[in-house]
Ligand binder design. Structure first.
Ligand code: PLP
Length: 393
């Protein structure tokens, strides 16, 4: 067999992608074990029925054909209206590129911002696909840690100190996966200031924007930032549509126009009936308020249950779909902790180290389970920690 390209082999060079605990748990669950899965960020509920029914109708109506490469015009308009609300900047359809999910929008953003050999800064803890996305573009990156003790707010001075002559972009994510941290306006202003002074792109992953606290602040709305901010958006989380694969990138019209060529050679546009159902879901906000309410209530249920636990410190955890627990006082090796918790109590959580060293010593709890299971998982966590401690003693 001829050898594969170094570029593809290099996307995950270690062969270890951080999902080991989750995949063991998933395999055991599929084999029939009763495991509480708190390791993945996918809703436990179906897509809102209005969206499903619209899609079925549209399939029956014959919407089975190719669509325009950057997205159907009406889809781009609906996405632009959503971007106007998300980012606080009036957005036109030609500033939007429809993509199969936020991940493809991120891929597009990284590819348009960086050439092979260029350098980026990634604020950690970060979503697990970020490093591979830069490697796929042949770009280097430096991980700059946000600290647990600061509630995982980005450290602008450390970001600036990590800049190199070939740095072209900074990537941030708020509300954050995995920490649930919601970046403050002051944190975003400090990052924006660096971007302006050093003429950098800011890739801003805002896929959890409807699941924050209070008003969402997008760095795109800050002075001089609309021309250099590429916003990653998605209907996966806000509209309960993870498996539909629909998202978009918002950026300057010239950049979006260039990126149409990436869609030409990669996806050749989106699924016709999914695009049309997405227009209706966006126009009617189907599910958005209910989903936000569900996660806010679950966050409260879980945090109330763990708050009194000895040696467990809640970090970040203000928005998004996750809670981050600092377990360093019990076990510094969070992967060991997560495997032991799975084996002893049949609860699957993500080791924080899967999201970069900044989250090492933490576990990420996904809130994608109903209240009773979250209660039960918290009960098992408490039991596990006391037996873990007594074994260690
Ligand atoms: C921070 C973040 N960005 C992007 C994505 C990609 O989401 P999707 O491709 O489903 O839109 C996810 C998914 O979990 C995420 O957590």
């Amino acid at each position: 067999m001829p050898s594969p390209s170094a570029r593809i082999v290099g996307i995950i060079p270690s062969g270890k992608d951080g999902w080991e605990v989750h995949f063991e748990a998933m395999g055991r669950k599929q084999a029939g074990e009763d495991i509480i899965m708190l390791s993945v960020g996918d809703h436990d509920f179906d897509t809102p029925s209005e969206t499903v029914e619209a899609c079925v109708r549209l399939v029956r109506q014959g919407y089975h054909h190719y669509t325009q490469l950057p997205g159907l015009p009406r889809l781009r308009e609906a996405m632009a209206r959503a971007s106007t609300r998300c980012t606080g900047v009036a957005t036109h359809a030609d500033e939007v590129l429809a993509t199969p999910g936020g991940q493809a929008a991120l891929f597009a953003a990284v590819h348009v911002a960086l050439d092979p050999g260029d350098h980026a800064i990634v604020v950690a803890p970060y979503y697990a696909t970020y490093p591979g996305t830069f490697r796929a573009a042949g770009a280097g990156f430096t991980v700059v840690e946000a600290h647990a003790e600061d509630g995982f707010q980005p450290d602008a001075a450390a970001v600036e100190a990590a800049l190199r002559p070939n740095t072209r972009a900074i990537l941030i994510n708020t509300p954050n996966n995995p920490t649930g941290a919601v970046y403050t306006r002051a944190s975003l202003e400090a990052i924006a200031d660096i971007c302006r002074r050093h003429d950098l792109w800011l890739v801003s992953d805002e896929v959890y924007w409807t699941l924050g606290v209070g008003e969402h602040v997008s760095p795109r709305s800050l002075p001089g930032m609309a021309e250099r901010t590429l916003v990653v958006n998605s209907m996966s989380k806000s509209h309960g549509m993870t498996g539909w694969r629909i998202g978009w990138l918002t950026g300057p019209a010239d950049i979006v126009s260039l990126l149409i060529n990436l869609n030409l050679v990669s996806t050749y546009g989106l699924t016709d009936f999914v695009s049309r159902a997405a227009i209706e879901a966006l126009d009617n906000d189907w599910g958005v308020a209910e989903i936000a309410k569900t996660y806010a209530a679950r966050r409260k249920v879980f945090l109330d249950a763990v708050r009194g636990m000895n040696d467990v410190v809640v970090r970040g955890s203000a928005g998004g779909m996750y809670v981050m627990l600092d377990i360093r006082a019990i076990e510094p090796d969070c992967e060991k902790f997560a495997f032991a918790f799975l084996h002893a109590e049949k609860v699957s959580v993500m080791p924080g180290s899967s999201f970069g060293d900044a989250a090492a010593g933490h576990i990420r709890i996904s809130l994608c389970q109903p209240d009773d299971l979250l209660h039960e998982a918290a009960r098992r966590l408490k039991r596990f920690i006391s037996s873990y401690r007594s074994k260690a003693a």
